[in-house]
Design a protein around this ligand. Sequence first.
Ligand SMILES: [Ca+2]
Ligand SMILES: [Ca+2]
Ligand SMILES: [Ca+2]
Ligand SMILES: [Ca+2]
Length: 629
Amino acid sequence: MTDGLKARLAVAASALMLAGCMSAVPQEPVAADMSEEAAAAPVAPEPEVPAYAERLPQDEVVYFVIPDRFENGDPSNDTGGIAGGKLDNGFDPTDKAFYHGGDLRGLIERLDYIQGLGATAIWLGPVYQNKAVQGPPGGESAGYHGYWITDFTRPDRHLGTDADMKALADALHARGMKLYLDIITNHTADVIKYRECPDSACPYRSVADYPYTKRGGISGESINDGFMGDRPPFQTRENFAKLTDPTYAYTPYVPEGEEHVKTPDWLNDVRYYHNRGATTFEGENSQYGDFSSLDDVMTENPEVVDGFIDIYADWITRYHLDGFRIDTARHVNPEFWQRFNKAMVDHAAGIGIPHFYVFGEVYNPDPAMLARFTRVDGFPAVLDFGMQSALFDVLVNGEAADRFGRLFKVDDLYADGSAAMAPTFSGNHDMGRFSGFLRAAHPDMSDEELAKRVELSDAILMFSRGAPVIYYGDEQGFVPDAGGDQNAREDMMPSQVATYNDNDLIGTDATTAESNFDTDHPLYRAIARMAKIRAGHEALRRGKQVTRLAELDGGVLAISRMDGERGEYLVAFNTRNEPRRLNVPVDARSTTFESVAGSCPTTAAATGVLTLSMEPLGWTICRSGDWEH
Ligand SMILES: [Ca+2]
Ligand SMILES: [Ca+2]
Ligand SMILES: [Ca+2]
Ligand SMILES: [Ca+2]
């Protein structure tokens, strides 16, 4: 709250200063010695940068929301303006696979709640117009999640209008909060079908067995004469102009009546898609295959790259967005990202967004695989699936704290500064919630222990390197059924889904059948307290991280966040159920300490040693006295 107020005051102050400068301009005498050339050069006005935009990505606490599942601010848009029933408009609040009525107006109404949690940025699930319902007869589900886009240029009418989107962005910025939008370039909705298998997924047909220059296989008739393939150095307009016949692997077509269902219109041309059949998420097909029949875009084509740059730069311009979370990043070629990511960051910088945050979803726990996307594909950051995996191994599976030690040791694999601003998380809308992992692995675990372990997972996210992401509902103790995906996309507003409403939530007698915006929930309060500590100490957000102790057999992890040359914050986590008293290495200059959270001795036990007493599943932050120079 205080930060928000400060940011608002700062925005107001900078606006006043700008107004002052502008009125002063006419009286400004032109320097006599200024060369003619310099005097004639047009002065590009520096875009005004509001105070919130000066914060670094690692300063934020990010709150991830799926808008359909949050709050219904406008029941009149529940069917998205589409007539008919559930299979037409996708609305059925009793079915976890369909729209539930949440929208952008509802989200605006709940910003006090989100800001009160200590969140400083929202990661908003995709808001673009989706194909309302997809799937074979009997297996239909809806685009409530937003990942089945038809119109990339406007919000889905289930969620609201362009004006609602603007109102949300403005409301967040007025509070000094940032808005990150989930974007997709890998695929569109499932519109394109193949003649060979119109009602089911066609198996993948590879580039070598079904080359672009032969129809339907290596011995087929010659087509696309002179096309040199989709790889560098042939990713040129001239080369792709020769790819005119899309029947190299299958015979793709757009069903009648859907010829112009996608916007912008270029997306309706089947030549801009790979059309090679279904992905199994491995090898070549990971890049070229269709993800659940979603039309996989030919992102190697420079026209496609330009098209997506135009689409998403326009969103930045219209809503002054602060970042993008990029879906399915690993299913798109690196050359696409190299151009696209730079274009987004440059475009944002040009309109006064100096730290535009692009973070990719690379669904892989291996830090080496994650890091390559920061080094090769040009992602400023990637979602830290490695951290998620370590949290799981230690807090769910009981592995030793050294699991974290090994994780942090390879932070240097990432491009410079990227690990420091990686978005970290304990669960998500795809894999499920951390509470659910704990409950599934330990059905008999007490409510109290479950709550403590969830809180500890949040503490590790909050106080170690990176920007913590809280998945909406975690702070209300939601515990989803196993399986992730739809099971972990519960409603914050009163739910009508039976399989949600029978869940036993942590720290409350409430169920998801009620409205769950409880600012007294113990997990909400715990996260708010941590976020406040984080906001109040710059080193806990930006400080270089040093691993002090990551026990080989035990459960204690201790790290220092260095406060420049002034001192350090020793942060320790006890991931096991036993209390501990132990010696932890610290900087030799840190001789005195004070507690920021938990119990801290006031002096070092010996030069460079702090003796800590830790509660079971507790966490402690001890700040050193200022070093003498
Ligand atoms: Ca609604
Ligand atoms: Ca398709
Ligand atoms: Ca792809
Ligand atoms: Ca259930």
